[in-house]
Design a protein. Structure first.
Length: 312
């Protein structure tokens, strides 16, 4: 039987080794974009100092892996992630891929689909940016009214790379309309839609659109779970229970979209959040609402391992 592994920044790790996995978080992100002179640079010691308490708290709470969702264009820095992986028992997964069009490094605007596919495959099978650190999935993003032509090219290239490597594609998506257009592009390539994650589905208020995409096999990611916004929190809770009732719990992923070290704010910033609210608060709430241990195990461990697992 073929084993399944997650590709971490330290290499391939068998899925049996993992417990709770957070499928969408950030450690080091730079939203100033690639044309900023300081883009994606930071003092490693400072980054470790600022991020260590969050990683320690997450490890203590039982997090075993954190999927870092920062691709090229918004500060991906494999050296930083490798150094952070040395100070924590939590496995860190880094993405192949590129963020939305307005954040593309200029070369990315001229590539054709085959060239982008080749870059993604190289990042997944050889290493990112000349390093030997391999991507564990493909992260993309669609603009607010996207996907644009360029972003559609990225989706088709990602589908090619996914079909070659088994990597899952996670795309930042701000509404159901955008998700439906992304899904149509991927369907036309023949991609198995269980290789696609609708990132930020939790911001789309119409749960019927979640159910419809999940029935096609798409992973629905509720990744903005944050007790600071009670309306969002309660909406996500209601949607999650509806997905479970519909028998689609195996399509759900849960995360915080939290963090991160921002090199524009080297001493930390007020929006920084840790990675334990799901464990400290959301899971107990789910238990209160009658969700059993088996379902919680499915939501927090089995589903992310199936989504991000690749043959090894
Ligand atoms: Zn994110």
């Amino acid at each position: 039987m073929v084993s399944k592994c997650l590709m971490t920044v330290k290499g391939s790790v068998k899925v049996e080794e993992f417990g709770l996995v957070l499928p969408h978080e950030h450690l080091f992100t730079d939203l100033r974009g690639p044309s900023d002179p300081g883009y994606a640079q930071g003092d490693v010691d400072k980054v470790i100092e600022i991020m260590r308490p969050n990683l320690d708290a997450a490890a203590e709470a039982g997090v075993t892996a954190l999927v870092e969702c920062t691709p090229e264009g918004v500060g991906r820095n494999v050296e930083m992630l490798t150094r952070l992986a040395e100070i924590t028992p939590i496995h860190i997964i880094c993405p192949a891929g590129v963020y939305k069009e307005e954040f593309h490094p200029s070369a990315y605007l001229d590539y054709d689909e085959a060239e982008v596919a080749e870059i993604f495959v190289r990042e997944l099978t050889e290493g990112i940016a000349g390093s030997s650190v391999r991507g564990g999935f493909i992260k993309l993003a669609a603009s607010g009214n996207g996907p644009t032509e360029i972003e559609q090219r990225n989706l088709r290239a990602a589908a090619q790379a996914s079909q070659k490597t088994g990597a899952v594609i996670a795309s930042h998506t701000e509404s159901a309309a955008v998700a439906q257009r992304e899904i149509a592009v991927l369907e036309a390539t023949g991609l198995d839609l269980s290789r696609f994650i609708w990132v930020h589905a939790s911001v789309e208020p119409d749960v019927e659109t979640h159910l419809a995409a999940a029935r096609k096999g798409v992973y629905i990611e509720y990744d903005t779970i944050n007790t600071a916004s009670p309306d969002d929190y309660n909406r996500i809770l209601t949607h999650l229970l509806e997905m479970l009732d519909a028998g689609l719990g195996d399509r759900l992923l849960l995360s915080h979209d939290a963090g991160w070290y921002d090199p524009a704010h080297p001493d930390g910033w007020e929006g920084m959040r840790g990675y334990t609210e799901i464990i400290d608060d959301f899971i107990p709430t789910l238990r209160d609402r009658g969700v059993d241990d088996a379902a919680i195990q499915m939501l927090t461990r089995d589903n992310p391992l199936q989504a991000f697992g690749m043959d090894c």
